[in-house]
Each structure stands twice: as structure tokens, then as C-alpha cells.
Design a protein around this ligand. Structure first.
Ligand code: UN1
Length: 489
């Protein structure tokens, strides 16, 4: 169902789409509204009707509602996580982490609702007070992915709402019911009707209609570079704000002095958690350690592959058949076109219970070079490529040699190597002796180069994406004062 103006409604034309469990194709979670431009127009109208009152609501009061959603999510954490595993596939542990990220961010942002949101700045003129304040953008559209079905909608929704915007959310078509749950909790927490609307559907229909609607003044999108470019072009044409969190080709450098057990554990987690379906996934390892590749393979071979609902499983299914086939095609490209070597994995898995889901064995390539397709393009699956290099200069050059720049890390105990990586890596997020995944909500999240367009989500400046800065000056001199002029001019 869609949620428009505080009511659950079907798509105007009555169309629906199926929502299935990635671990079990026979498990149909429901038929979900498949919306088009008409539904989007209704949602935007509802958002406009709610705007004046929401704009007039003091920020700490908006923050109180977000805090209440955080508490509701906390109470229902295990149930929401179990539902997420059924809808999206990730393991229960990871699903709980996903919900926890939404909870943490609710509490963080509700705290920000009582924190300073501007500066006072000295004026060059007497009896004039200058300061900055924030102004909402208006109606904003949020387009969210399926890999973090609760966390990412909250990264966008909490600061958008706190800043005073009214929101239309278009959730990923693979995880519409997690979004529905989140919106239900927002309503239960007292968010007024029309302030947050949900329109379900495909990117091509509902997403495109949201992007092109003239009254939607900003779009915040997390997804692929390809789709991001289409959205950016339309937003550019209409001169509306857009913030992009796109693909990446994250990397970990393993130095010869690294604590090898720690590096293997971190890289296996970074590469294969969420079956590699994170925009922060470690899909390249630039390696200088002679024992690393064998040790990684030994670790990965212990992985249990299966449904995320089985607590003992390490690697859960991919989101859908199309994505599974896309990843298998990359594995073929890696071997045949690129000429890299597979050390483990590389095949789909379909024995027993696996037959009903979209499984691929965790896959490690070695002898990759920085320019190969598997070392350049985002795969979004359980695949990582080890790129052997000779020294730190080559390692940093290889790490920086992609168009993307979200997350990078280095394993070393050499302070110079660590400091050079921190300073020279062209990535928005850099870790030392930790994996590329696992960002915390109080840190800015976002990437350099083609990963984004300069905005950062979460963190202390989360509201920048969703508000305008207003420069305000109050002159209480009772005369015309002219800045930049000499007295008397
Ligand atoms: C994403 O994959 O889009 O740092 C987000 C991490 C998570 C968020 C990933 N906290 O891996």
C-alpha cells in the first residue's frame, strides 16, 4: 500500500507487484502497490498540504517525534529484523544491526534537534547582528535502496524531517514492506498526516515521476551510478537539488607488517557481509603480504552458506535472480576476459535448501590488476579481487585508480604507511586496521569522485543535505548603513 496524507491506499490504477523472499522463491510476502505519476502527484499534494504546519513546528518538537520512533523501533527490533531477513535475505545478526542503525540515528538526530543550527558572525557595521539559520527546502523526494531497508531510509528521513521538510519516500521495489513498517511507526509516534508519504513502485515509474515532479525541490538518492546520472540530469534540467550516494569500488591495503589474522578476519567480513551487497563492501584487496591470499581462502572456505534466518549461516542469498546472474557474469568476465585466477568459489549454489534462493559461493580472485573490469566496476556480490603490488606507492596508486571513492582501509602497524594512506587515499571514508564496512551514524558518510556529489549523510552535518542556509542580518542602528563603504560615502 501507499501512505498518502496519513491514509493507506492502493495505487490509483490498482496495479500491484510481488514481494518475495530471496531465500525462498515460494514465499510471497505480499502484493505491493505499483504506483505511477498519478500516485506520486497525490503524495506531493498531501505533502504540500502538511507543509505550513510542519514548518511552524519547533525543531525540538519534530525531534521528539523522531525519538519516539527510535523507541518504537527499539521495542520491535527483533521482529522488524526477522521481517527484514525474510524480505531482503541478509542474516538475522545483520538485520538487527540494520535496525539498530536506524535507532541510533533517531536518537542522534533527536539530540541535534536541540543543538545549535547556525552561527553568529560579527558584522563590520555597528548595531547590526549577523547570523545564519536553516530553512527547509520544501517537499523532498527520497529514493532508497534495498540493501539497508531500514537504516538508509532513516539516514535520509530523520534529517529531512527535522529540517522541516515534508517527504515523499519511494522505497526499493525489493524491500517495500520494511519501508511500510518504518512509515507505520512514524505515524504511531505522532508524525502528522502528510509529513511523510510513501509511494511504492518501480524506479522507472514511481521513481522517475518523483524526480520529474516540479514541486519536489530536492531528491536524495542512494543506488547505482547509472541511475544516479539519469536522476542528476533531470534534476539539473529543473535546477533542483540532488544528493547522490552511488556505487563504489572499495579497497583494503594489506601491508607486509600487518597483523595477518586481523586483516583476514576484517577483509572476509568487509567483502562477504551482506553477501557483498553493500556500497562499502571490500571488493578489492591491494596486497603486499605473502601469506594473505591463502589465509583469506582458508577463512572463506569455513563459511556456511544458507538462508539468513538460520543463525549459524555466514553468507545469505543475493537479493534476486537478476542480481545473482549479474554477479555470475562478472565472475565469468574476471576469469575469461580479464584473465584473473579464482582461488575459491565462483559458482552458483543450489543443493537442497539453496535451490529456492539466489546463492553464490564466496569468491576470491587473485592475480588481478588495477585496470581489470573486476577491479574497476561495482559487482555488489560475494566477490573480492586480490591485486598484488610491490610497494606502498603502488598500493596507493592502485587503490586510487577507480572512478569511485567511498570506503578504503589499510592493515599495518607502520605509522608512516597508515598516515600516508589516511592522507593520500581518495575516499570519503578511511579506516586503519578495520574493515571498509561498519560506519557509525555520528560520522559523515559519503564518497569522493563518482560515488557522490559532495554531500555527506549522517554525522554532524546530516541536515546540510536537506536545508538551505539563510544569512540573516538585523540592523538596529536606525540609519542606512552601507557595508564596504568609507564613513560618509
Ligand atoms: C551501504 O551499503 O549503502 O558502513 C551503507 C556500512 C554500513 C552502511 C552501508 N553502516 O557498511
Amino acid at each position: 500500500m501507499n501512505f498518502i496524507g496519513g491514509k493507506w491506499v492502493p495505487a490509483r490504477r490498482g496495479r500491484t507487484m510481488e514481494d518475495r523472499n530471496p531465500a525462498d522463491a515460494d514465499d510471497l510476502l505480499g502484493e505491493v502497490a505499483r504506483s505511477d505519476a498519478g500516485d506520486v502527484a497525490d503524495a506531493v499534494e498531501a505533502a504540500q498540504a502538511a507543509y505550513a504546519e510542519w514548518f511552524a513546528t519547533p525543531m525540538p518538537k519534530r525531534g521528539d517525534i523522531i525519538r519516539r520512533v527510535g523507541h518504537l523501533l527499539e521495542e520491535q527490533k527483533d521482529d522488524v529484523a526477522a521481517f527484514m531477513t525474510r524480505e531482503m535475505g541478509k542474516t538475522l545478526k545483520e538485520a538487527r544491526g540494520d535496525v539498530q542503525e536506524g535507532i541510533d540515528f533517531a536518537h542522534y538526530m533527536s539530540g541535534q534537534s536541540r543543538s545549535p543550527i547556525g552561527d553568529t558572525i560579527p558584522s563590520e557595521l555597528p548595531r547590526k547582528l549577523s547570523m545564519t539559520m536553516r530553512h527547509p527546502i520544501g517537499i523532498v523526494g527520497l529514493i532508497t535502496p534495498w540493501n539497508f531497508p531500514i537504516a538508509i531510509p532513516t539516514w535520509k528521513a530523520w534529517p529531512a524531517l527535522l529540517a522541516g521538510n515534508c517527504v515523499v519516500l519511494k522505497a526499493a521495489e525489493d524491500t517495500p514492506l520494511c519501508a511500510q513498517k518504518l512509515v507505520e511507526l512514524c505515524a504511531e509516534a505522532g508524525l502528522p498526516a502528510g509529513v511523510l508519504n510513501l509511494v511504492q513502485g518501480t524506479g522507472e515509474e514511481a521513481g522517475a515521476a518523483l524526480v520529474s515532479h516540479p514541486d519536489v525541490r530536492a531528491i536524495s538518492f542512494t543506488g547505482s551510478l547509472e541511475t544516479g546520472k539519469i536522476i542528476a540530469a533531470e534534476c539539473g534540467r529543473q535546477m533542483k537539488r540532488y544528493s547522490m550516494e552511488l556505487g563504489s569500488k572499495n579497497v583494503t591495503i594489506v601491508m607486509p607488517d600487518a597483523d595477518i589474522d586481523l586483516a583476514v578476519e576484517g577483509i572476509a567480513w568487509g567483502a562477504f557481509a551482506t553477501s557483498g551487497q553493500r556500497c562499502t563492501a571490500t571488493s578489492r584487496v591491494v596486497n603486499l603480504h605473502p601469506d594473505f591470499a591463502d589465509a583469506l581462502v582458508a577463512k572463506v572456505k569455513t563459511y556456511k552458506v544458507g538462508p539468513g534466518s538460520d543463525e549459524s549461516v555466514d553468507l545469505a542469498p543475493l537479493i534476486n535472480r537478476t542480481q545473482r546472474d549479474r554477479v555470475l557474469e562478472y565472475i565469468r568476465v574476471g576469469q575469461e576476459d580479464d584473465g584473473a585466477r579464482i582461488l575459491t568459489g565462483g559458482e552458483p549454489l543450489s543443493d537442497g535448501v539453496l535451490a529456492k534462493g539466489n546463492y553464490i559461493a564466496p569468491t576470491v580472485f587473485t592475480d588481478a590488476t588495477p585496470t581489470m573490469r573486476i577491479a574497476q566496476e561495482e559487482i555488489f556480490g560475494p566477490v573480492t579481487a586480490v591485486i598484488p603490488v610491490g610497494n606502498l606507492d603502488e598500493a596507493i596508486a592502485a587503490a586510487n585508480s577507480t572512478t569511485y571513492g567511498l570506503s578504503a582501509s589499510i592493515y599495518t602497524n607502520d605509522m608512516t604507511a597508515a598516515m600516508r594512506a589516511v592522507t593520500e587515499l581518495e575516499f570519503g571514508i578511511v579506516y586503519v586496521n578495520a574493515p571498509t564496512i561498519g560506519a557509525e551514524v555520528q560520522m559523515p558518510f559519503g564518497g569522493m569522485k563518482s560515488t557522490g556529489n559532495g554531500f555527506r549523510e549522517a554525522g554532524p552535518h546530516a541536515m546540510d543535505e536537506f536545508s538551505e542556509t539563510k544569512a540573516v542580518s538585523i540592523d538596529f542602528s536606525h540609519q542606512l548603513q552601507k557595508a564596504q563603504f568609507r564613513p560618509g560615502e
